[in-house]
Design a protein around this ligand. Structure first.
Ligand code: SF4
Length: 403
C-alpha cells in the first residue's frame, strides 16, 4: 500500500474525532502556493485563540475493541492500514515544510494492548521531536489502560493530551462499549491534572462525548461536563453528534446526525465556562433538554423574564452577561463607557453592540427599545425563534417593535 493510500484511509478514519474539526475544503490549487485539499488537514484553536492547521490522522485504524458506534471496530469489514513511526514523521515534516500544517493531531485504534499502542505513539512523537527537531503543536490521544510510566513519557512530549469519555454516562458506555471502563479514562485525567506544568501537557487536556447514540438528556450531558471541568480542570469537552456508520440493534436509528443539538450543547458549554452559568440554571427536571429552536441563553432568559429588563447603565457585569446577545467584550465595553456618560441605544449601536436579541431584554435610562407592551414571553419568543432560524420571509407580518 502506498503512503498516499494509507493517508487517505487513516485521515478518513480520524474524522469522527471532534477534538479538532476537519476543514472539509475541496479548494484546488490553481497555480498559486498551497493546497487546501490534502487529506486530514483540520483546524484547531490554540490557548491564545489562534486558529492552527493540524494534520489529523490515526496511527492505525486496526482495533481489538468492538465499540458499537465506531467505524473502526474489530467486527467491521473495512480497509485497514497502519503507519510506521517513520512514515508519520515523514508526512508531518513534509506537510509542515510546505506550510500545509502547523501541527499534528495523532490518535489510534488499539492494537495488541493499550501499552503496546502507547509505546508506538511515544516512539513516533519522540522521533519527531528528537530526530526531526519538530517543535510544532502536537495533540495526542492517550490510550485508557496504558501504564502510568507511559502516560508520563507521552505527556512530556506533547502539547495537549486527551482521553475520550466517549458516552455521557457509565450506563451508556456499558451498552455500546462494554470493554471500555470510564475509570481508566478518569485515571488519565487525574494524572494529567496532578502533573501538568510548563513541560508536561502545557496546553492542557480535553475529552470528547458522543451525543445522541444513547438516551441521556442534555441535562445528563451537561452535568457530566460540569463535573469533568471541575474535577479534572479540562480545557475543553467536545461534543460529537452521533453519525450512524454501523448497523446494530443497540444503536438508535437516526435520519441524520443531531447537529443542531450538538450546537446547542457547545453554546451551553460556553455559558458554563465563561458566563458563570451552572447546569442547574439552564436545565431542570421539567426541562431536561435545550430548546432546539433558540440558543440556551435566550431560552434561559425567556424562562426567567421576571429578572429582565436589565438596565444598561446600572446592571452588574454578570447581569449584563445574562442578556442574550451581550457577550464578554460587549459587557466590558458597556462597563467602561458608562463611567463617562449615560448610554443610549444609539450609543450601543455605535459601540458595535448587536441588538438583534439584546433589544428585548434591556432598557437604557429606563426606556425600552421595544414598546413596553410587547415585553411579553409569547411576543419575544416568536421573534427570537424567527431571528435565530433566519426565517425572514414573513417579516412583514410581524408586529412592529417600535411605537
Ligand atoms: S477503541 Fe476506539 S478505535 Fe477501537 S473500536 Fe472503540 S472507539 Fe473504535
Amino acid at each position: 500500500m502506498t503512503l498516499e493510500e494509507k493517508l487517505k484511509i487513516l485521515a478518513d478514519s480520524a474524522k469522527y474525532d471532534a477534538s479538532c474539526s476537519s476543514s472539509g475544503s475541496t479548494r484546488k490549487n490553481e497555480g498559486g502556493i498551497g493546497n487546501a485539499a490534502y487529506s486530514g488537514i483540520c483546524h484547531s484553536f490554540a490557548s491564545d485563540g489562534r486558529c492552527i492547521s493540524l494534520l489529523k490522522i490515526l496511527m492505525t485504524n486496526c482495533c481489538i475493541l468492538d465499540c458499537k458506534y465506531c467505524i473502526n471496530r474489530v467486527s467491521n469489514n473495512v480497509k485497514r492500514a497502519m503507519f510506521t513511526p517513520e512514515e508519520i514523521c515523514s508526512i508531518t515534516m513534509n506537510f509542515y515544510r510546505r506550510n500545509y500544517i502547523e501541527g499534528l493531531f495523532l490518535s489510534s485504534g488499539i492494537i495488541k494492548s493499550p501499552d503496546y499502542t502507547m509505546e508506538l505513539l511515544i516512539k513516533t512523537i519522540k522521533l519527531l521531536r528528537t530526530k526531526y527537531h519538530f517543535h510544532g503543536y502536537i495533540h495526542c490521544k492517550a490510550i485508557p489502560g496504558a501504564s502510568a510510566h507511559l502516560l508520563k513519557e507521552l505527556g512530556s512530549l506533547v502539547d495537549r493530551l486527551s482521553a475520550n469519555i466517549e458516552l455521557p454516562t457509565d450506563n451508556g458506555l456499558k451498552l455500546l462499549a462494554p470493554n471500555k471502563d470510564s475509570n481508566k479514562v478518569t485515571k488519565i485525567m487525574s494524572y494529567v491534572k496532578e502533573n501538568r506544568n510548563k513541560s508536561y501537557v502545557p496546553a492542557g487536556q480535553s475529552t470528547q462525548m458522543i451525543i445522541g447514540a444513547t438516551k441521556e438528556t442534555d441535562r445528563d450531558i451537561m452535568r457530566r461536563s460540569e463535573s469533568l471541568y471541575k474535577t479534572y480542570d479540562l480545557k475543553r469537552v467536545f461534543y460529537s453528534a452521533y453519525i450512524p456508520v454501523n448497523k446494530d440493534k443497540m444503536l438508535p436509528s437516526l435520519a441524520s446526525p443531531p447537529l443542531v443539538r450538538e450546537n446547542r450543547l457547545y453554546q451551553a458549554d460556553w455559558l458554563l465556562r465563561f458566563y458563570g452559568f451552572k447546569v442547574d440554571d439552564l436545565l431542570d427536571e421539567e426541562n431536561p433538554n435545550f430548546n432546539i429552536l433558540m440558543d440556551p441563553k435566550a431560552n434561559w432568559a425567556l424562562r426567567h423574564l421576571n429578572e429582565f429588563p436589565k438596565e444598561i447603565n446600572s446592571a452588574s457585569y454578570y447581569d449584563l452577561l445574562k442578556v442574550p446577545g451581550i457577550g464578554i467584550k460587549s459587557a466590558q465595553r458597556i462597563i467602561a463607557c458608562r463611567k463617562n456618560f449615560k448610554i443610549t441605544f444609539n450609543d450601543l449601536k455605535k459601540m458595535g453592540i448587536v441588538l438583534k436579541r439584546a433589544k428585548y431584554f434591556i432598557t437604557c435610562n429606563g426606556r425600552y427599545f421595544i414598546n413596553s407592551e410587547y415585553f411579553k414571553k409569547s411576543f419575544i419568543e416568536a421573534n427570537l425563534i424567527l431571528e435565530d432560524n433566519k426565517v425572514v420571509e414573513n417579516k412583514k407580518e410581524q408586529l412592529s417593535l417600535f411605537s
